[in-house]
Ligand binder design. Structure first.
Ligand SMILES: Nc1ncnc2c1ncn2[C@@H]1O[C@H](COP(=O)(O)OP(=O)(O)O)[C@@H](O)[C@H]1O
Ligand SMILES: [Mg+2]
Length: 234
């Protein structure tokens, strides 16, 4: 089976006018394939930085990042972009949909960028949008959707290229409790259908944590395991 993610002795320091800020230091983390891990941590603790490193969107100052057996530091920009498109699905708190495109186009475009034919991309996007119960919204623009509908569109987009790894940064952070629960149900359902998918999710949502396999907290630049039986006390 092997691991989907291996991080060792990772360090990330931001250098700004005010000096150097070390956000992550001596960080180790392993995610076995098919595992769903939730990351908790205070605002500013470095969660987004860590997720961006896992997603090859940023590079570390020290340490190693191996994703699906690939030492991603060795990839050039173009290869890293291809690696991301083929292997990783991203879900962001702020959805990041393209405002001038329809729901269907937003999802289908992810497939087109990965080389899918127009026909195949539209077919898969339509299927995924039906899975997230947006079949009645295909022609809407993002601005014509509720927050929950925008996030469901973003989830369909993240799944477009059948990623092996799903990275989600506070996916229910902008949603009310009820809508957040609907997104949770969708993710639990997705997980049931795709047991091989590995998921790393930053969240403050205790319900999401309960449905995951494992919870870690980020503090002091490192990840700490939260024993399963203590999840409920988080
Ligand atoms: N590009 C950047 N340049 C300088 N500092 C940054 C940059 N990105 C993030 N930071 C700082 O690093 C810390 C961690 O940020 P972030 O990873 O976004 O935290 P979190 O997602 O846990 O709230 C914060 O204090 C933030 O201000
Ligand atoms: Mg963040």
């Amino acid at each position: 089976m092997g691991n989907m993610i291996e991080l060792s002795d990772l360090e990330r320091t931001y250098r700004t006018g005010g000096g150097a800020l070390t956000v992550l230091k001596h960080l180790d983390f392993t995610l076995p394939r098919g595992e769903w891990c939730c990351i908790f941590g205070a605002s500013g603790s470095g969660k987004t930085t860590l997720l961006n490193l896992m997603g090859t969107l940023e590079t570390p100052d020290a340490g190693h990042i191996v994703i699906d057996g690939c030492d991603v530091a060795k990839l050039n920009r173009a290869d890293a972009a291809r690696f991301r498109r083929e292997k990783i699905g991203f879900i962001f708190q702020a959805y990041h949909l393209l405002p001038e495109f329809s729901v269907l186009e937003n999802v289908a475009l992810a497939g087109r960028m990965a080389g899918m034919s127009r026909h195949a991309a539209i077919q898969r996007a339509t299927e995924l949008l039906s899975r997230v119960q947006l079949d009645q919204r295909l022609d809407h623009r993002p601005s014509e959707l509720s927050g929950g509908e925008q996030q469901r569109t973003a989830i369909a987009r993240a799944l477009m290229n059948r990623p092996k790894l799903l990275l989600a940064d506070e996916p229910t952070g902008n949603l009310d409790e009820q809508t957040g629960l609907a997104i949770l149900e969708l993710l639990v359902d997705l997980r049931r259908n795709e047991p091989d998918l590995s998921i790393v999710m930053i969240t403050h949502n205790l319900d999401l944590a309960r449905f995951s396999d494992r919870v870690v907290t980020l503090s002091g630049g490192k990840l700490n395991e939260v024993p399963k039986e203590e999840n409920h006390g988080l």
